[in-house]
Design a protein around this ligand. Structure first.
Ligand code: PDD
Length: 281
């Protein structure tokens, strides 16, 4: 089956799908995006993704391209046309096409693009054995809570991780605290058994997986706190893990080459991953 993309109101063959060279997403990274997982044909936490999309658009003063009901319809049609039951949907909205000028264009309509593809989730080896992360300085702007397509520091960070043979790079702020990964949220479990993740302020993206995991932790009555943690604290933690739409809950077993705990995925992370998988069904 050949892949189909959705571009500004039309379903088009993926290889022919295109936006104009003067799209502000291309010229200024003036746009936002969402990645939503699909499991057994069900969109995971769709409403939360749509709420975050609406918030990102509002914060950047980009017009909504269509209602949530219309977005849901297009998403389902796209999944149907691509025969995707397990995978991800990518959605991107930009401020639209206009002659290049930094200030907002007058009368431009937002561009919307959606793609769907089959994916298998994180590699079984990563789930079984855990992954390693490196740490890098956080060089991003001051509004990381907006899911903007402006991802250059994230791209450079992920490349550094890849070249170091690591799965992810945890970004570190000027105070020495971990903000988040380049495309994942960062967590630790302390010696006391308390789960720690940074509060969702403007320094991190409030991950939808992060929110679901916090719901699980609360409903299971587990001890947790939202606060910053340093690289040193992470290295001496009992367990560490990361979360995202595509990674779900993945154990982190080494940070900058330092093994976490006994260097194997810990029981808490394993259990949380199982709970999260149940949440997806
Ligand atoms: N990444 N932090 C950053 C910087 C991210 O880009 C992402 C998502 C997350 C996790 O958010 P969520 O749980 O909503 O997926 C945290 C997506 C998947 C991506 O860029 O592909």
């Amino acid at each position: 089956m050949s892949r189909i993309a959705y571009v500004n109101g039309r379903y088009v063959p993926h290889r022919e799908a295109a936006v104009h060279i003067e799209d502000r997403g291309y010229q200024f990274a003036d746009g936002v995006y969402e990645v939503t997982a699909v499991k057994d044909g069900k969109l995971i936490d769709e409403d939360r993704h749509l709420q975050r999309l609406a918030r990102s658009l509002r914060e950047l003063r980009i017009e909504r391209p269509m209602s949530d009901a219309a977005l849901k319809l297009v998403t389902r049609e796209l999944l149907r046309r691509n025969g995707v039951r397990d995978g991800i949907v990518y959605l991107q909205v930009t401020r639209g096409v206009a002659r290049r000028d930094h200030a907002f264009p007058v009368g431009a309509r937002p561009s919307i693009v959606m793609t769907a593809k089959r994916t298998k989730g994180p590699p079984p080896k990563a789930v079984e054995e855990g992954v390693s992360v490196i740490t890098i300085p956080d060089q991003r702007w001051a509004r990381c809570d907006i899911k903007s397509v402006s991802l250059l520091p994230n791209v450079l960070g992920k490349q550094r991780a890849k070249e170091a043979g690591a799965f992810e790079a945890w970004q570190v702020d000027r105070a020495g605290n971990v903000t988040e990964g380049t495309s994942t949220n960062a967590w630790i479990v302390t010696e006391k058994g308390e789960v720690v993740t940074r509060k969702a302020d403007e320094a991190i993206l409030n991950g939808i997986t992060r929110l679901a995991v916090l719901d699980i932790i609360r409903s299971e009555g587990l001890a947790f706190i939202e606060r910053p943690f340093s690289v040193e604290e992470a290295k001496s933690a009992r367990e560490a893990f990361l979360t995202s739409t595509t990674s779900l809950v993945l154990p982190v077993v080494s940070i900058d080459g330092t093994p976490i705990g006994d260097g194997k995925p810990g029981p808490f992370t394993r259990r949380l991953r199982e709970y999260y998988q149940k949440h997806m069904t």
